[in-house]
Design a protein around this ligand. Structure first.
Ligand SMILES: N[C@@H](CCC(=O)N[C@@H](CS)C(=O)NCC(=O)O)C(=O)O
Length: 203
């Protein structure tokens, strides 16, 4: 069975979990405690050359790291990744944009707030926001005229952008500035098989 190494609040691992669930692929989930330094464990380092989650371990023991690479692997041959060469490049372009222009700037302010050090890190958060607001505006402009990022259909590009953009408010971002992003987030969440970051507690 496929095995996903994740952490409870990792948005990058969440992207992969959404995709696995939407594709109906059974998987085992190994949730690491990052606060306890789980990514430094040599056994984990042997699976993850970058010492980060997510990691997807295949049935034969090989591992894939980086959420975008994992999603490309899993979505191959499914409706969530186009066959057409140009459209695949478009998917890659959104996934790269998310990683380069948004990921850290959205994830770290959220992390600081979740750890209760938001006030202490206010200057750093302001720098991240100054850098990320123009990138969010680019996504907003695209989504004001498109329902989806690529080929007017739901693809892994949407899952990749969705992860941290949907949680940006937790890092103090004023997401009410972006009504088209907001409407798109609702469309992504309405896709069959979508799962929340933290599962509802079972009674
Ligand atoms: N570009 C990577 C980023 C992965 C990443 O930053 N993972 C974080 C959690 S979201 C992590 O494992 N950090 C290592 C640690 O905190 O020890 C991806 O998209 O998979």
């Amino acid at each position: 069975m496929l095995r996903l190494y994740d952490s409870r609040l990792s948005g990058n691992a969440w992207k992969v979990r959404i995709l696995l669930t939407q594709l109906g692929l059974p998987f085992e989930r190994v949730t690491l405690d990052l606060a306890k330094g789980a990514t430094s464990d040599p056994a984990f380092r042997a699976k993850s050359r970058f010492a980060r989650v997510p990691v997807l371990e295949l049935e034969d023991g090989r591992t894939i790291v980086e959420s975008a690479a994992i999603m490309f692997y899993l979505a191959e041959g499914t409706p969530l990744l186009p066959d057409d060469r140009f459209l695949r490049a478009e998917v890659m372009s959104w996934l790269t944009f998310e990683q380069a222009d948004l990921l850290r700037a959205l994830a770290l302010p959220r992390f600081y707030h979740l750890r209760g050090i938001g006030d202490q890190m206010a200057g750093r958060i302001a720098d991240f926001q100054e850098a990320a607001y123009p990138a969010l505006q680019k996504a907003e402009a695209w989504l004001s005229t498109h329902d989806w990022l690529v080929d007017e259909r739901y693809t892994i590009a949407d899952i990749g952008l969705f992860g941290y953009v949907s949680m940006a408010h937790q890092g103090g971002y004023e997401m009410q500035r972006f009504p088209s992003i907001d409407a798109w987030i609702a469309r992504v969440k309405a896709q069959p098989g979508w799962v929340s970051l933290v599962e509802e507690a079972k009674a």
